[in-house]
Design a protein around this ligand. Structure first.
Ligand code: SF4
Length: 87
C-alpha cells in the first residue's frame, strides 16, 4: 500500500510533507526543476512505507492512505504512480 496525494494539492504544493517524509518519496520538491511546472506533488508508491507522517503536515488535507482515499479521488492513485513511471 501507499499514501496518495489528491486534488487539494493542485495549486497548493505546500511541501511541508516533503520535509517529514523519512524515505524522500514525495516529489517534486521545491528545489527540483520540475516543481514550477508540476500541478501538484506526488508520492512514489514503490518507496512509500505508509508511515503516515505526511498526512497531518498537509495544510489542505490532500494526503490519504490509499485505502481511505475518497471515491471521487481514486484516479489519483494512478496519477501519483504515473509521475514516477515517466521519469
Ligand atoms: Fe513519506 Fe510516510 Fe507519507 Fe509515505 S506515508 S509519503 S513514507 S511521509
Amino acid at each position: 500500500m501507499t499514501h496518495v496525494i489528491a486534488e487539494p494539492c493542485i495549486g497548493t504544493k505546500d511541501t511541508s510533507c516533503v520535509e517529514v517524509c523519512p524515505v524522500d518519496c514525495i516529489h517534486p520538491t521545491n528545489e527540483e526543476g520540475e516543481f514550477d511546472a508540476a500541478d501538484q506533488l506526488y508520492i512514489d508508491p514503490e518507496t512509500c512505507i505508509d508511515c503516515g507522517l505526511c498526512v497531518d503536515e498537509c495544510p489542505v488535507q490532500a494526503i490519504f492512505p490509499e485505502e481511505d482515499l475518497p471515491d471521487e479521488w481514486q484516479k489519483y492513485i494512478q496519477i501519483n504512480a504515473d509521475w514516477y513511471a515517466e521519469e
